[in-house]
Ligand binder design. Structure first.
Ligand code: ADP
Ligand code: MG
Length: 228
């Protein structure tokens, strides 16, 4: 079995805005191995979110190939893409995107219920992951009662709970101060060693590379460096 989980070739994404063509990705090639921990680094507008959306099967490329764990996803229909997203990909967002009326426990449980698990079978797994992100004593709280760093820990638990192949985090530290940012990246790095998922995150902040094993540089829709 191949050790590669992501293989993209000549990936392009263009947007038409009025009469203008915006070339957000100009033909990107990259391969990522199972269980790798990779930062996509680049200034605002360099194409990070466009690339993360394509990797997450939330968007389809203008041209080019994307193979995810042996499946050519660039040719799949929307419902197949949704199935892959639900089963194999955990998402972490800059704005956490937690469900505000639900508790920490319910937010982390939610993806398992969506995938058809029963609560009584999922409970132990949820409690275990919440403890791994250090929130066992906050389990009944709602997102509004938590700090930004705590909210992002909930989002990390929610992304991990279904044991995905891939975790994608688009600027996960952009709303956090530098102390919390480093803690979140350290946590993601620790969990990357404990779980099977490859972790790909984007950032424009060069201070956060301390916990990164591989750093891919993006500029103007192109990969300009790849340091391991
Ligand atoms: P980053 O996340 O690195 O800030 P983005 O991927 O969001 O960069 O954007 C890359 C380029 O593509 C920018 O010029 C942006 O304006 C453009 N772009 C991104 N999404 C769209 C869209 N939906 N429609 C039009 N242009 C877009
Ligand atoms: Mg972005």
């Amino acid at each position: 079995m191949s050790n590669t989980i992501i293989r993209i070739k000549e990936l392009k994404r263009e947007f038409t805005v009025g009469s203008e063509l915006v070339r957000a990705l100009k033909g990107v090639d990259v391969s990522i191995n199972k269980n790798e921990y990779v930062a996509m680094m680049g200034p605002s507008g360099s194409g990070k979110s466009t690339l993360m959306n394509l990797l997450g099967c939330l968007d389809t490329p203008t041209s080019g190939a994307y193979n995810l764990n042996g499946t050519d996803v660039s040719s799949l229909e929307d419902n197949d893409l949704a199935r892959i997203r639900n089963k194999e990909i955990g998402f972490i967002f800059q704005t956490y995107n937690l469900l505000p009326v639900y508790s920490v426990y319910e937010n982390v449980l939610f993806p398992l219920l969506l995938n058809g698990s029963k609560e009584k079978d999922a409970r132990e797994r949820v409690m275990n992951i919440v403890s791994k992100v250090g929130l066992s004593d906050q389990i009944k709280k709602k997102p509004s009662q938590l700090s930004g760093g705590q909210c992002q820990r909930v989002a990390i638990a929610r992304a991990l709970v279904k044991d995905p192949l891939l975790i994608l985090a688009d600027e996960p530290t952009a709303n956090l101060d530098s102390k919390n940012s480093l803690q979140i990246l350290e946590l993601m790095s620790d969990l990357n060693e404990q779980y099977k998922a490859a972790v790909v995150f984007s950032t424009h902040d060069e201070k956060v590379t301390r916990y990164v094993r591989r750093e891919v540089g993006l500029e103007d829709g192109e990969i300009i460096s790849d340091k391991q």
